[in-house]
Design a protein around this ligand. Sequence first.
Ligand SMILES: Cc1cc2nc3c(=O)[nH]c(=O)nc-3n(C[C@H](O)[C@H](O)[C@H](O)COP(=O)(O)O)c2cc1C
Length: 164
Amino acid sequence: MKTLVTYMTQTGNTQKIAEAIYGELEGEKEIKPIGEVTDLEGYDLAFIGFPVLQFDVPPKVKSFLSEKTSGKNVAIFMTHAVPEGFEAIHSWTGSASQAAEGANILGTFDCQGELAQPVIDMLLKADDPQMKAFGEMGPSTKGQPDASRVQKAKEFAKEIQAKL
Ligand SMILES: Cc1cc2nc3c(=O)[nH]c(=O)nc-3n(C[C@H](O)[C@H](O)[C@H](O)COP(=O)(O)O)c2cc1C
């Protein structure tokens, strides 16, 4: 069984979750940024992760999901600044699942990730009120994903692998 963990990250949060997942996996495994993955040939399972950006899956990840995952076993993970349980998360998970509609999606995981200070500063200056509201929420995200979230990601990795 060969498993790939691949991810996009800008400030390290999604990478932290990717590494936690990777650390729990049994068998042959690889971890790579998504830009270094040409296709999923030779992998029995791929964990694919990204940060939510502008209320959606980042375009390059969306393309990857729609173009490279057909017929493959995949698990999706994401980090976002809003707290877990926030309603819009369903639409982000839905967007990723829709992009990967030809895949066998074994599960999805999401958790809060810290909004980096330069991003907070930028958002606070934005004209869009929704963006500004994100900036105001920024300080409450400090330190995420914390140890308990990392632990949940590890459990997710085990659950997914146990499905195969
Ligand atoms: C330009 C930009 C847009 C973002 N948009 C959202 C968003 O729509 N919803 C959200 O919950 N978080 C949003 N975030 C926060 C990131 O998803 C969050 O900080 C994530 O953990 C970053 O992951 P990374 O460190 O792997 O890049 C945004 C961040 C940036 C920089």
